[in-house]
Design a protein around this ligand. Structure first.
Ligand code: G
Ligand code: G
Ligand code: NA
Length: 253
């Protein structure tokens, strides 16, 4: 209950911050994108992880408001970063946000217009759970957003149930390999085999791949040599404030 009340308060006091983690082209090691990640430090509770407050927000409906804050701020930030480098902004969308799919779709179109961010610079990250209880309008909506130029990505790939061919039907053009697999590649032959197989299948279906949670050079090299084009992880940078991210962009130009 406390957390619930504090979260309402955090939203009205504008206490939710957005951090940005660079997404790199593994070959050139240049930043080609950013993932927007919510951060909340409560004056009494301290740092509250999104793993804690997002599931709560999905239950009490605050996810719609939170999602809108991230959408608005991250698109506005990405629009201003275009003058430094043409990066894509990856934003996480909860499956719950798609329950009001018409409003969500309208709001995305509106925010792109307001912020001036080109549609092809927005990357929507959703999880496989979105496709479980697919209502009829979902496929139409995803196809519409894709046709605007928005990239649709599947997050945490490998933890859910989707087949790659199925994702392709739903207009997804990119997948993010869950960091649990990347993390275990060095110690687990089967995880390494799984990652290799995902990369091979993604290639034959012409889907782009981002590996998450890259923490060392060995992982980066292995992934790159097996056809993974993009990467994200502590090896390159942790999620940082907008100011720090701007600095990273300036340094590479
Ligand atoms: O940043 P961190 O690893 O602590 O995030 C934990 C989880 O919270 C991740 O699964 C991430 O996708 C999720 N998360 C972070 N920011 C957002 C957001 O803006 N929207 C949604 N739906 N999930 C988010
Ligand atoms: O589920 P999602 O992909 O949105 O998760 C992103 C989360 O992963 C963020 O909370 C971010 O802080 C975390 N993260 C990003 N890079 C790394 C990494 O290299 N190692 C670990 N352990 N976590 C990472
Ligand atoms: Na994500």
């Amino acid at each position: 209950l406390t957390l619930n009340v504090r979260l309402h308060q955090a939203i009205s006091l504008d206490d939710i911050e957005i951090y940005y983690q660079p997404i790199l082209d593994l070959a050139s090691r240049k930043i080609i994108g950013a993932e927007a990640l919510m951060r909340w430090t409560d004056s009494e509770l301290g740092v509250v992880s999104p793993d804690e407050f997002i599931p709560l927000a999905e239950k009490n409906g605050l996810i719609h408001k939170l999602g809108d804050i991230v959408l608005q701020r991250a698109c506005s930030q990405a629009a201003s970063w275009q003058s430094i480098t043409p990066l894509k902004m990856a934003i996480n969308f909860s499956s719950v946000q798609f329950r009001y799919s018409e409003q969500l779709q309208a709001r995305i179109v509106e925010v792109l217009a307001q912020t001036g961010l080109p549609a092809d610079k927005l990357d929507m990250e959703v999880t496989e759970s979105l496709l479980i209880d697919q209502e009829s309008g979902l496929m139409t909506m995803l196809a519409y957003l894709k046709q605007l130029g928005i990239e649709m990505s599947i997050d945490d790939f490998g933890t859910g149930y989707s087949a790659l061919s199925y994702l392709q039907k739903f207009s997804f053009s990119k997948l993010k390999i869950d960091r649990a697999f990347i993390n275990k590649m060095a110690s687990s032959k089967s995880d390494k085999a799984l990652v290799t197989a995902i990369l091979a299948m993604a290639k034959s279906l012409e889907m782009k791949v981002v590996a998450e949670g890259i923490e060392d050079e060995q992982q980066a090299q292995f992934l790159q040599s097996h056809g993974c084009e993009f990467g994200q992880g502590y090896l390159f940078s942790r999620p940082v404030t907008a100011e720090a991210f701007t600095q990273l962009l300036m340094e590479q130009e």
